[in-house]
Unconditional design. Structure first.
Lengths: 284, 540
C-alpha cells in the first residue's frame, strides 16, 4: 500500500522516513517520480538490488549499474507559456532566454531551485556547465527578480492565470493545464543545434532492503516496469516521456527530444553542492 | 530517627491515586519529549559517525541572521496587527446578543482550522483580480506576505483576543463605567487588565507565524523556516535540520515562556462569554471608525475564504464527488481524532495538576508542555520515527498509532493548559470531600471528579479534534502505508492543481470543524444545565 508524498515536504520527508526506518522497514517498494533521492537511498543502504525481467528492454542509461533501481518513463523540464500574452514568435527557446531583458523578471517564474525537480534540473546545469557558469546563471536569474515560487504547480497556475508570461516547470504540471483547455502551450527548451537539451527525469522504482513482503514487492515491480504498464501510464497522463518505443503523450511531442548529455549519477553528484550554493543565493 | 521517618513519609505519600497520577504525568511528559529524544539520538549518531556537517549550523552567518530577524519581524508584525484588530473587533462584539456572539466566535474558530496555504491560495486569486483593477498593487514581497499571513491568522487572533477580554473581572469594568467614559474604561481598565492574556494571544500567533513558510514562500518572501527546510532537503539529515532550527526554536521558546503569565491569567477567566457590557458602550466617533474598519477586515476575510471556496467548488455535485472520493481519508482522520482525544485527555488531566505546582517543579512542567509547540511539525515526525526505530523500541513500533501520537504531542499541551485553567475553578474542598466520603474510587471519579472537570474536558476534546483534523506536517511523515488523512489528500490535489476538489475538501474541513465546535457548545450547555439530584439520592 502506498504512502503518498505531497508538495508540502516533497520527497525529502519520505526519504528521511525510509532512512529512519532502515532497521525495521515498513515499506516494500520505493517508487519515486525522480531519481536523485533514490540514489540517496542506495547510498544509505536502504535499497536491495533487484533486476526485474520486465526491464530488459529499458535502455541501460535508465538503470542503476548495480541493479539497485530501475527507471522508466517520466517527465521533462519545459517552459509553460501563456498564449494570450505571447505570440509564437515571442516564445522562449532556451533557459538563457530567462536572462534576456525582453520581459521583466517578475513576469517569468521558476520554483525554488533547492527543492524537487527544479533542484534536480539545477544540479544538472551545475554538472553540465560547471559550478562557475551555473552559479553565474542563477545569480543573474536572481538579480533579474524572476518570480521564485513554492512549487512547479504554482508556476503552472500563475502562468495559466496570466500572472506570468511563462515559467519553467515539469511536463506533468503543464500537461494538466493544457488538457484542461487553459490558454497555455508547452515549449521544450534548448532543442536547437548546439544547444544543451533539457533534462528528462524518469520515474524510478527500487526494492527496500529487508522489505516485509519481498515476493509481492518483486511482483509489483515487474508489473510496474512492464512495457504495457508504461503505455497505460502514458495514456493516463502520469508520464509524458516514455523510455521505450511506445506512443507518446498527446500533450507534448517528445519524439527525438534532446536531453542534457550527462548521466543521472553526474546530476546526483552535483545535487548537494548545488543546493547549498542556491540556498545561499535564493534564501536571503 | 530520620531515615525511618523519611520512608514512612514516602510510603504514606504513595497512595494508588498518586501513583496513577504520577505515572500518567510521567508518561505525558515523556511523550512530549519523545521527538526531541529521537532527534538527540540522531544528532549523537551523526556526531559519532561524522555523517553530517554539524559545525556549519552552529555558526549563525549574516545571511541566516538576516533571515531570523526578518522572520521575527514578520511574525511580530502579524501577531501585533492580529491582536490590535482583535481588540478593535472584540470591543465591538461586546454589545452583541449571546447567540450571535457564539455564532461569530465559533465561525472564527472553524476558519482558524483551515491550513494557512489555503488562505494564501484564496487571497492569491483575490490579489490577481485586485491587481487587474489597481495595476500598482504589489503581488509579491513582504507587504503582501504580511497581509495574507495576517488574514490566515486573523480568526485565531480574534478568538484569542476574545478570551483575553473575557479574562477580566466585568465588575471592575462596571464600577469604572459609573465615573468614566467607555473609551477611558477601555484604555485604563480593560486593556491593562487583559494585557497578560493579550500577550499570550500575541505569543501563540507569533509562534505559528514563525514556523510557517508556506505563505511567505508563495509570495516571494524568504523566512528562516524555509531555510531549515532547504537545509533538510539538501543534507537529508534530521540532526542537521534540528541544529539549524535551534535559533528559531530558542526564540519561540522564549516567547512562549514569556507568555506563561498570560496563560495563567486566562486561568482566572470565570466565563468565556462574560465580556459583555450590561449597557452597550458608547465610544467616540474615531474609535467607532476603527472598530468598523476592523469588522470590515474580519468580514472580508470570512467572505473571501468562504465564498472563494464555494465559487471554486462550482456545484454541489463537485462537492459531493470530492467527499465521496475522500471517504477513506475522512474515516481515517475521524478515527485518528477520536484516538487523540482518548489518549490526550487522561494524560493532560494528570499533567494539569503538575502545572499548578509552585516553584521550579511547576516551571519545569510548563517548559516541557510548551516545548512541542515550538518544534517544527516535520521534525516532530522525524524525531518520532527515529526514536521508534531504535533497536530497543523497534519491536513495539506502533505504526498505526503514530499519526495519533504525533497529534497528541503537538496538541495535548493545549488540553493540559485548558484543564489547568478549568482546575482553578474547582473548589478543592469538593475533591477532599469526595476523597473522604465517596463510597468507592469509581464513584468519586464518575460522580464527582468527571462532572467537575467536564467543561474543560469537552472544550479540550473539541479543540483536539479540530486541530487533529487540520494537521499535516507531522502526520505526513509517520502515516502508515495505506492510510492517509484528509489534509494529505488536500495537499495531493493541490499538487495537481485540482482546484475544485481542493476547494470541496477544504469546505468539508471547515464544515467539519463547525460541527465539532457546535457539538462542543451543545455538550457544554448540556453539562451546565445543572439538574437537581433525584429525591432521596445522595452522591456520597
Amino acid at each position: 500500500m502506498p504512502v503518498y508524498d505531497v508538495e508540502a515536504t516533497k520527497t525529502t520527508g519520505l526519504v528521511n522516513r525510509l532512512i529512519a526506518e532502515k532497521a525495521r522497514p515498513q515499506a516494500d517498494v520505493f517508487w519515486s517520480g525522480e531519481f536523485s533521492q533514490t540514489i540517496v537511498l542506495k547510498n544509505k543502504s536502504v535499497l536491495a538490488p533487484y533486476q526485474s525481467p520486465s526491464a530488459e528492454d529499458i535502455p541501460a542509461q535508465y538503470k542503476d549499474a548495480d541493479g539497485y533501481w530501475t527507471g522508466f518513463g517520466g517527465r521533462a523540464r519545459i517552459f509553460i507559456v501563456n498564449t494570450d500574452l505571447l505570440t509564437p514568435s515571442q516564445f522562449p527557446h532556451s533557459v538563457y532566454d530567462m536572462l534576456e531583458s525582453t520581459y521583466p523578471g517578475k513576469t517569468i517564474g521558476i520554483a525554488y531551485p533547492m527543492f524537487g525537480t527544479t533542484a534536480t534540473h539545477a544540479a544538472a546545469l551545475y554538472s553540465y556547465l560547471g559550478k562557475e557558469k551555473a552559479h553565474a546563471f542563477f545569480t543573474s536569474l536572481n538579480n533579474r527578480n524572476v518570480r521564485v515560487v513554492d512549487g512547479n504547480s504554482v508556476v503552472r497556475d500563475l502562468v495559466a492565470d496570466g500572472q506570468l508570461v511563462y515559467g519553467l516547470t515539469d511536463t506533468d504540471d503543464a500537461c494538466g493545464a493544457v488538457e484542461s483547455g487553459r490558454n497555455v502551450t508547452i515549449v521544450i527548451p534548448d532543442q536547437g543545434e548546439g544547444e544543451m537539451g533539457t533534462l528528462v527525469i524518469p520515474n524510478t522504482v527500487a526494492l527496500i532492503a529487508g522489505a516485509p513482503h519481498p515476493a509481492e514487492a518483486k511482483v509489483f515491480m515487474d508489473y510496474l516496469l512492464d512495457k504495457k504498464s508504461e503505455s497505460v501510464m502514458v495514456a493516463s497522463g502520469w508520464i509524458q516521456i516514455p523510455v521505450r518505443d511506445i506512443p507518446a503523450s498527446t500533450c507534448i511531442n517528445s519524439t527525438g527530444i534532446k536531453t542534457i548529455p550527462i548521466t543521472y549519477q553526474d546530476t546526483y553528484d552535483a545535487l548537494q553542492p548545488a543546493q547549498n550554493d542556491l540556498t545561499e543565493l535564493f534564501i536571503r | 530517627m530520620a531515615v525511618p521517618s523519611f520512608f514512612s513519609r514516602f510510603r504514606t505519600g504513595l497512595t494508588p491515586d498518586t501513583m496513577v497520577s504520577t505515572l500518567a504525568t510521567g508518561l505525558f511528559f515523556f511523550l512530549l519529549l519523545c521527538p526531541l529524544i529521537g532527534l538527540s539520538f540522531d544528532l549523537l549518531h551523526a556526531f559519532m559517525t561524522g555523517s553530517a556537517d554539524l559545525a556549519a549550523p552552529l555558526v549563525l552567518s549574516p545571511r541566516r541572521t538576516g533571515l531570523l530577524v526578518a522572520s521575527i519581524g514578520l511574525a511580530a508584525a502579524v501577531a501585533g496587527a492580529g491582536v490590535i484588530l482583535g481588540v478593535l473587533f472584540v470591543s465591538a462584539l461586546i454589545r452583541l446578543p449571546g447567540k450571535l456572539l457564539c455564532g461569530i466566535l465559533f465561525l472564527l474558530l472553524a476558519l482558524a482550522g483551515i491550513p494557512p496555504y489555503i488562505h494564501a491560495l484564496t487571497w492569491s486569486e483575490v490579489m490577481q483580480v485586485a491587481g487587474a483593477a489597481l495595476p500598482g498593487l504589489p503581488t509579491t514581497g513582504w507587504l503582501i506576505s504580511f497581509w495574507v499571513e495576517l488574514m490566515a491568522l486573523l480568526p485565531l487572533s480574534v478568538f484569542l483576543t476574545w478570551i483575553a477580554f473575557a479574562s477580566i473581572d466585568i465588575r471592575l469594568v462596571d464600577a469604572g463605567r459609573l465615573v468614566r467614559s467607555d473609551i477611558s474604561i477601555l484604555r485604563h481598565i480593560i486593556i491593562p487588565l487583559a494585557a497578560p492574556a493579550l500577550g499570550a494571544a500575541f505569543g501563540f500567533v507569533f509562534l505559528i507565524c514563525c514556523t510557517d513558510f508556506s505563505v511567505p514562500s508563495l509570495f516571494g518572501a524568504d523566512v528562516y523556516a524555509l531555510d531549515i527546510f532547504a537545509q533538510f532537503s539538501a543534507s537529508n539529515s534530521a540532526a542537521q535540520a534540528f541544529l539549524y532550527a535551534l535559533p528559531l526554536l530558542l526564540v519561540t521558546l522564549i516567547v512562549m515562556i514569556a507568555c506563561r503569565s498570560g496563560i495563567r491569567t486566562l486561568a482566572q477567566t470565570p466565563n468565556w462569554f462574560s465580556a459583555r457590557f450590561g449597557n452597550p458602550p458608547v465610544f467616540p466617533r474615531w474609535f467607532r471608525f476603527l472598530q468598523t474598519t476592523a469588522a470590515i477586515i474580519v468580514g472580508v476575510q470570512i467572505f473571501v475564504l468562504f465564498f472563494g471556496l464555494m465559487l471554486a467548488v462550482g456545484s454541489p455535485d463537485t462537492f459531493i464527488t470530492s467527499i465521496r472520493m475522500a471517504q477513506n481519508e475522512l474515516v481515517y482522520s475521524l478515527l485518528t481524532a477520536v484516538l487523540v482525544i482518548f489518549i490526550s485527555l487522561p494524560l493532560a488531566l494528570a499533567a494539569a495538576q503538575e502545572l499548578k505546582k509552585p516553584g521550579i517543579r511547576g516551571a519545569t512542567a510548563w517548559i516541557i508542555v510548551l516545548v512541542p509547540l515550538a518544534v517544527p511539525a516535520p521534525l516532530i515526525g522525524i524525531g518520532m520515527i527515529t526514536l521508534g526505530n531504535l533497536p530497543v523500541l523497534s519491536a513495539i513500533y506502533p505504526a498505526l498509532l503514530m499519526p495519533a501520537l504525533v497529534s497528541v504531542i503537538k496538541f495535548a499541551p493545549f488540553a493540559a493548559i485548558i484543564l489547568f485553567i478549568q482546575m482553578r475553578f474547582i473548589d478543592p474542598l469538593l475533591l477532599d470531600a469526595a476523597a473522604v466520603f465517596a463510597r468507592s474510587r469509581t464513584d468519586a471519579l464518575t460522580r464527582i471528579h468527571l462532572p467537575l472537570f467536564a467543561p474543560g474536558l469537552v472544550v479540550s476534546a473539541g479543540i483536539l479534534a479540530a486541530l487533529t483534523l487540520a494537521e499535516l506536517g507531522a502526520t505526513l511523515i509517520v502515516a502508515p502505508p495505506g492510510h492517509a488523512t484528509i489534509t494529505m489528500r488536500i495537499y495531493n490535489y493541490l499538487h495537481y492543481g485540482s482546484s475544485s476538489d481542493v476547494a470541496g475538501l477544504c469546505l468539508m474541513v471547515t464544515l467539519l470543524t463547525l460541527v465539532v465546535c457546535s457539538g462542543t457548545m451543545l455538550a457544554l450547555r448540556f453539562i451546565s444545565r445543572n439538574p437537581a439530584p433525584p429525591d432521596g439520592e445522595s452522591i456520597v
